[in-house]
Each structure stands twice: as structure tokens, then as C-alpha cells.
Write a new protein. Sequence first.
Length: 118
Amino acid sequence: MESWDLTAIETPGGTVSPHVLFSDDSRAVLIRLAPGQELSEHQVRERAFVCVVEGSAVISCGDGELDVGVGSLVTFAPAERHSVRSAGGARLLLVLAPWPAPDHYGPGDALVEATAAD
């Protein structure tokens, strides 16, 4: 068993210093958005779950937008484009599953080439 106090983990650089909590068949990452910070529109190859631990955020996806606060959980299908911003700051738990997705690494990636050589 492993456990974390998500409110006590340091993430001094906001989005530039995410804290990977766990990485095996799934990945859990703590991300802090400083006031005014944004994760601009992006996508991941895994199913993504975002849980608000502290603060609040606005999550945009397609034509929709959600104001989310502490305790909110949002999920995105693989490759679903979305963005997250916070006017007042937020602490978010991101879970990606499965990690990595079967097509996460493509031709030309060092990990794929090293695995193919083994």
C-alpha cells in the first residue's frame, strides 16, 4: 500500500513542476495551477481522469466548459482534446490509464527502438 497527502506535496513551479506519484500500469500525477495558469488545449493517448484537490478550475472540451471545484472528477476519452485553467489556483490529481497506452510510443521513439532491439 502507498499513500500521499496531496495537499502537502510541494509543486513550486506550478505546471512546470508536476509531481509523479505513481507510474506502473497507470500513472498518477499531482499538478498545481498557480493563479492564472493554464494547461492549454492538449490531448493524451490514455484515458485521463482529473480530480480537483484544492481550489477551482475551468475545464474546456469541445464546445463545453465546466466550472469545477474541490471533489470534482472529470474524465476524458483517449485523444479527447481539452484545456484546464484556474483564475485563483488549483491542485489537480491526474490519473492516466492504462499507462502507457498501447500506441503511446511510435516509430522513432527511443523506447520503441530499444525494446525492438532486445
